[in-house]
Write a protein that binds this ligand. Structure first.
Ligand code: SF4
Length: 508
């Protein structure tokens, strides 16, 4: 049996990191970890190829080769997934689909022959058994959640490491919190399930033996969902990193309570974690209470972010506007708040009702749902009726985007960040880092309108905090990405031309 695993195109969003790729001479930010894991769950004797459309276009030759086409996608990849389904269908291929987009709303994807939904560790085996008997069904689903301690190591051999900026691994699934807008708890549940420490170290070893060195994203919903397990895992990871000469620099996602646990912060730092994404969401206590983000309600965000930065953990933040409790002042509050706490890579989105979330159910009951979510958090088309006037919300969001990613405000955040940042991550600079720096000299230092801010940053950091210079250069490059995504998002709302950069909120 010949299996073609296809990962659809990922649109130009904050998380695509598309605009940093030319600096790094890579083709995509992250590999399709789900498909690599599915490949490892398929019979070993089957032939497998992986086509990541973000790396190279899907060829007719690959499609013609396959007996079956497996597709995995998130909602934001819906258009790309539909395109692949249509092409595979036209060539008479049997199509198997799974992953978050298909699990959330399979009805959005006509043309799929077999939906293998929820978590594949439970639904793929019965599909394979039925297939062997010649009686595969159209739908495989389960309310149960697997023990991921038996999940196999991803089949790294199906990808070319040189195509990607970062490798991905997974330690846990699920999150103990229950934020109203979050689809993670719908997909993966509230009881965090973790891999064993030995299993994780085997995954590290497999990546290392396959030749990977550099950044590794632990793609958990909330890496510290089960703090006791994490505290058992990290000392062994620290030991593994030290024995191997710190080949990996980790980033992950965690909840804000991380900053209150000094022991955990120190363990992460010693294990060579250097970035953590945190859903900070909003400075409005009423909006935090409304969405059930109770772990954020009592948080001192300034102190939390400062603590993490002092321990070498750069905070990437998620922020949302559009809650029912938000008033018209929320946009100015968000700008001042984000500038003050110094979260440079601030991913600011507009509230979306993702399928089957508590928010989606509440809005449906209130007759306020307008349509399907696109899964793209800068999409201002709004799939629900907000309490604030729709026009005010969209105009305020546009102002947020154009202000936060304006070079002067962006570079002010870098300076705030660098004041507290203590670069602790180990790892050698490689040729690609120097090439990225040289490209930034030309593209940002000469060609972009951020050039003055760029040169000030480079000289100041070189003179006052030389160890942080690679991070400063990386943030400057990331700034281009954020500015271009924001510009695209503003164009999408027909606003870039008549929404001049607003410096009136320049707070630093
Ligand atoms: S903390 Fe994050 S992952 Fe957990 S429920 Fe809230 S938004 Fe979802």
């Amino acid at each position: 049996m010949r299996i073609l695993l296809v990962y659809p195109v990922y649109p130009d969003t904050f998380w695509s990191f598309k605009h940093i790729l030319p600096y790094l001479s890579r083709k995509a930010a992250f590999p399709p970890l789900g498909l690599l894991t599915i490949a490892a769950l398929l019979p070993a004797q089957w032939e497998k190829r992986l086509a990541d459309v973000n790396v190279a276009p899907l060829s007719d030759e690959d499609l013609a080769w396959a007996d079956m086409v497996f597709i995995s996608a998130m909602l934001v990849q819906e258009a790309g997934a539909k395109d692949i389904i249509a092409r595979a269908k036209a060539m008479g291929k049997r199509i198997v689909a799974g992953g978050p987009a298909f699990t959330a709303q399979p009805e959005r994807f006509p043309g799929v022959d077999h939906f293998v939904l929820n978590e594949a560790e439970l639904t793929l085996p019965p599909f394979l058994e039925d297939l062997a008997r010649g009686t595969p069904k159209p739908l495989y689903t389960t309310p149960d959640r697997p023990d991921i301690a038996t999940t196999p190591i991803p089949l790294w051999e199906l990808i070319n490491f040189r195509d990607y900026v970062t490798m991905s691994v997974q330690y846990s699934r699920g999150c103990p919190f229950d934020c109203e807008f979050c689809d993670i708890v719908v997909l993966n549940g509230r009881r965090p399930r973790v891999k064993s420490t030995d299993q994780m170290l085997r995954e590290m070893e497999s990546l290392h033996e396959a030749g990977w060195r550099g950044p590794v994203f632990i793609v958990d919903d909330n890496f510290i969902g089960n703090i006791a397990s994490v505290k058992q895992f990290l000392p062994r990871l620290i030991d593994w990193q030290a024995r191997h000469g710190y080949p990996f620099k980790f980033m992950t996602e965690a909840s804000i309570n991380l900053a209150r646990d000094g022991e955990l912060v120190r363990l992460l730092s010693k294990a060579n974690f250097h970035k953590v994404f945190i859903g900070i969401e909003t400075p409005s206590t009423d909006s935090l209470k409304e969405c059930g983000k109770k772990q954020n309600v009592a948080a001192d965000f300034s102190q939390a972010v400062k603590t993490l930065h002092q321990n070498g953990l750069q905070v990437m933040g998620g922020f949302i506007v559009g809650f029912d409790s938000d008033t018209e002042s929320i946009f100015e509050q968000q700008i001042r708040f984000i500038q003050k706490i110094g979260v440079v890579t601030a991913m600011v989105g507009i509230l979306t009702a993702m399928p089957k979330t508590r928010l989606w159910q509440r809005l449906k009951a209130e007759n306020r749902l307008l349509g399907d979510a696109t899964g793209e958090n800068t999409d201002a088309s709004l799939n629900f009726i907000p309490t604030m006037s729709r026009e005010v919300l969209i105009q305020g969001y546009k102002r947020l985007l154009s202000t936060l990613y304006a070079p002067n405000n962006y570079y002010d955040r870098i300076n705030t960040f660098l004041r507290n940042y203590n670069p602790t991550a180990r790892g050698k600079l490689v040729r690609g880092d120097f090439q990225a720096f040289l490209k930034s000299l030309w593209r940002i230092g000469i060609l972009s309108r951020a050039r003055l801010d760029y040169w000030k940053l480079i000289f100041k950091t070189a003179l006052t905090k030389r160890k942080a210079l690679p991070v400063a250069v990386e943030l400057a490059i990331l700034g281009r990405h954020f500015q271009l995504v924001a510009k695209r998002a503003l164009l999408a709302t027909d606003a870039w031309a008549d929404a001049p950069v607003d410096n009136s909120s320049h707070t630093m």
